[in-house]
Design a binder for this molecule. Sequence first.
Ligand code: MN
Length: 237
Amino acid sequence: MERRKFISALGLITASGAITNLNSMTNNITNKRSNKMAKFELPALSYAFDALEPHIDAKTMEIHHDKHHAAYVAKLNAAVEGSDLEGKSLLELLSDASINSAVRNNGGGHYNHTLFWELMAPGKGGEPSGALADAINSTFGSFGDFKKQFSNAAATRFGSGWAWLVVSGDKLVVSSTPNQDNPLMADAAVKGTPVLGIDVWEHAYYLNYQNRRPDYIDAFYNVINWDEVAKRFDQVK
Ligand code: MN
């Protein structure tokens, strides 16, 4: 209503191009935050909800992505809106030692899940190759030994959290974090860049596996996209 009055007052109502330009102009005038207000958005999955079956079921994927991840994004936006954190990148927020718990939990949740979806794909699994395989073998002894450590970290994380394969300095390290924390955070026990992660919150597996977290962890290896893990490893190295 207000905008229509403003537009007709300027006599530009007949020129649709002018109206469009005017719209963005008035938005900039009336909402000064608009320039730095790049809101965080829920990324679309690059595969269907049922694409990871039978290892991860469609219902779990749908609720996990559309409800859980969406809620982290909405709450993250709400937590930064209007504060001096608005406009900061996710990496800037997560590495900031002074962030409050709402930004920490929901920013971590947004980052971790975005990564998680990309690290999985249908028809994948198997073993890594190339420089990543060499690094895994030299660090852990063999791929089997790596799996043992990673699975153990995921299985023994008490309560809700994540297990990680982290590039920390020039080392590959297996670690785990509580809640939606991750290795990018200033106070992480193992600080670095996560290249693989598994969500061990019950919401990630309970519908299909109930209390059998170890079965879910075993199944996860069938959907790991090692090409994506290797890409991230190569970028950090
Ligand atoms: Mn989750």
